[in-house]
Design a binder for this molecule. Sequence first.
Ligand code: MTE
Ligand code: MO
Length: 406
Amino acid sequence: MKRRNFIKNTALSSLVAAVGTDIVFGSLLPEGYELLALQDPDPFALFSKDKEMVVLNDKPWNIEARAHLLDDKITPNKFMFIRNNGLIPEDIDAGNWTLTIDGEAAEETKTYTLSELKSNFKTYTYQLTLECGGNGRSEFDPPAKGNQWTVGAVSCAEWTGVRLKDVLEDTGYTNKAVYIGYHAADVHLSRDPEKEPISRGAPMAKALQDETLLAFQMNGKDIPLAHGYPLRLVAGGWPASVSGKWIQRISIRDRVHDGTKMTGDAYRVPCNPVAPGEKVKEEDMCIIESMPVKSLITYPKSGAMIKSGQKLNIRGHAWAGELEVSKMEYSIDFGSTWLSCQVERPKNRLAWQHFNASVSFPKKGYYEVWARATDARGNSQPMLLPGWNPKGYLNNACHRIAIKVT
Ligand SMILES: Nc1nc2c(c(=O)[nH]1)N[C@H]1C(S)=C(S)[C@@H](COP(=O)(O)O)O[C@H]1N2
Ligand SMILES: [Mo]
């Protein structure tokens, strides 16, 4: 018997510990064999997520929150959605992590270690709303392919890092600069090292905003692995796909960045409205920039029961891409009449805003509470579905909860 083909005692004892009981024929296990019992990791434990989070896909991992889980003013990790296009990078060595700035419009190619970024540039902290462009996709008809997000692909955490603009200015760029494009360490589903799962970016004007960060902390701690440890681009108010995780390189481009998922119909909508199901030519699709006005009732949970005569305090958050939310209303009569909610100013630009209202119901029975936000330019959320688009982006319909008064 060739002993080296079989598992070593130390490896066996750690497998026994992981399984939690004796592995009876353990000494006969071939080396490198993965036990069935350990093949299906518990995603909630793996990513420190709450058990009420909903797994939409495991290859790649896509996990969303539910409305009532997003009640915190600042989203904690356990309720933050995960959206991956590829495989989470393994064996990250933050001590040797570097960020390279290059591109046709960069003055030079310059590489920074993580500690250089932290010590050479001033650090800022902002609360930034990140919503997946496909949040709400599940409601479109005809349906759109992709993760069937309901309402939970949005978060507003507190991000700490350096301003991208300070780093871009340190490297220097020419007047040919048009766009930035990120390159990250995650792995394509095919495991082909030549392919990138995603490489998106934003126009220079967005890259140079004060709130656009190269972040190394989320909610005061190292960024959790699934959310981009050890370095992430955070560009609040735009589709969260712009906020590249596990960032290694940023190119200052002399054209609109043409990386993976920047072209074709990815993160694009018809420049002009189309009929549901209509085919749209590539040249008639426009890149999504600022996200539309939207809101979420986070308390109570849909289905709540209250006693007749009681008032119901509702609360939630509202956001409007680059703009501020200027008005927040609710309706208990399917949108016929609207009453106003109190809405707070944002903590900083691009942070979501908190609203609340005390709701009275005229008599016993079934009700729905609908919430509607209006942005500073007067755009309101559509009551039901907004314009259909082939990939099911930008569903900012009013959020609704069911209430029974008994
Ligand atoms: N490197 C990398 N960055 C990425 C992605 C990815 O797959 N790889 N997904 C993007 C998309 S589509 C979204 S919606 C957000 C999700 O961020 P989160 O998982 O931290 O919530 O990350 C963006 N950044
Ligand atoms: Mo996304």
